[in-house]
Design a protein around this ligand. Structure first.
Ligand SMILES: Nc1ncnc2c1ncn2[C@@H]1O[C@H](COP(=O)(O)OP(=O)(O)OP(=O)(O)O)[C@@H](O)[C@H]1O
Ligand SMILES: CC(C)(COP(=O)(O)O)[C@@H](O)C(=O)O
Ligand code: BAL
Length: 248
């Protein structure tokens, strides 16, 4: 057990959650690699929610509140780190939650469904009765007809660029959470939250609660004023390692 006094407590605690999820069969083997990639970016971003990420979170909350049918996607890393927070956000939105895996196996789908139900999910889509989505070059090329397939706004954390692109081309608003602002996912999304998912999901829920009751016009204004490409450009500037070591 890591002491809370350890200087890297939060990062080490997340690693423990990732390893535990892998040992339980929830996390894909390469989920470890993805987590490590994320940690590196989080280091560069200062392991805190940046101003551009705050703007993206607010825009995401506005889009989710305006949605006719919001759906939240859950993969292995998301199930390992923020299952309860995803269920809480889905409940806050009266939205649906859907499992979608790149390294899909029946066992992992079942385990992740159990995790989500244990956290209070009444309904978990993506388990069966799936529709194929053309154009996605991966096992992610499926969606539940009653979920992502018919959603108008989807939150797809820690995912892949080709699925993000196809979902966008089908007319959906695609919100991602991805610590790598250079990933295809970040570059293809409508709203790219460049933040650690453990910070981003609770922050989206808080922003939804703060904006609930806003006039439709106000929510639409937040979206109109949000420029994802400009926000990513600002984020990429923050990755300049010299921010931390001026003598470099
Ligand atoms: N805890 C986390 N919070 C937010 N992002 C994370 C976290 N852990 C990993 N990531 C990021 O999630 C992404 C998941 O890996 P994935 O392989 O799907 O992306 P990728 O290889 O960049 O693919 P693409 O370019 O298609 O988006 C990586 O970019 C990684 O940096
Ligand atoms: C590991 C993961 C980030 C998620 O994999 P899964 O839980 O199977 O959707 C995958 O997209 C990858 O980059 O390899
Ligand atoms: N997530 C695995 C494939 C990709 O990085 O797009």
């Amino acid at each position: 057990m890591i002491s809370e006094d350890h200087p890297r407590y939060h990062s080490l605690r997340l690693r423990e959650m990732i390893v535990d999820a892998w040992q339980r069969g929830i996390l894909a083997d390469s989920g470890m690699i993805a987590h490590g990639r994320g940690e590196a970016f989080d280091y560069l971003l200062g392991e805190e929610t940046t101003k551009p990420a705050e703007r993206a979170i607010r825009a995401a909350a506005a889009a989710l509140l305006l949605a006719r049918k919001p759906v939240l996607s859950v993969n292995g890393n998301t199930a390992a780190l923020v299952p309860g927070e995803m269920v809480k956000l889905a409940r806050e939105l009266k939205g649906k939650i859907e499992i979608n895996l790149f390294h899909r196996t029946p066992r992992r789908v079942k385990l992740i469904e159990e995790v989500l139900r244990d956290k209070g999910a009444d309904e978990v889509l993506g388990v069966d009765k799936l529709t194929h989505i053309d154009g996605i070059m991966s096992p992610r090329a499926t969606a539940s007809p009653d979920g992502i397939y018919s959603a108008d706004v989807v939150l797809v954390p820690l995912e892949d660029g080709d699925r993000t692109e196809i979902l966008r081309k089908s007319g959906k608003t695609v919100i991602t959470v991805d610590l790598n602002p250079l990933s295809r996912t970040s570059r293809m999304a409508s709203i790219s939250i460049t933040d650690n998912i453990v910070r981003a999901v609770p922050a989206i829920t808080a922003s939804v609660r703060e904006l609930r009751g806003s006039e439709r016009e106000e929510l639409e204004r937040i979206l109109e004023e949000f420029d994802n490409r400009e926000n990513l450009r600002e984020t990429i500037k923050l990755l300049d390692i010299r921010r931390y070591n001026p003598e470099l």
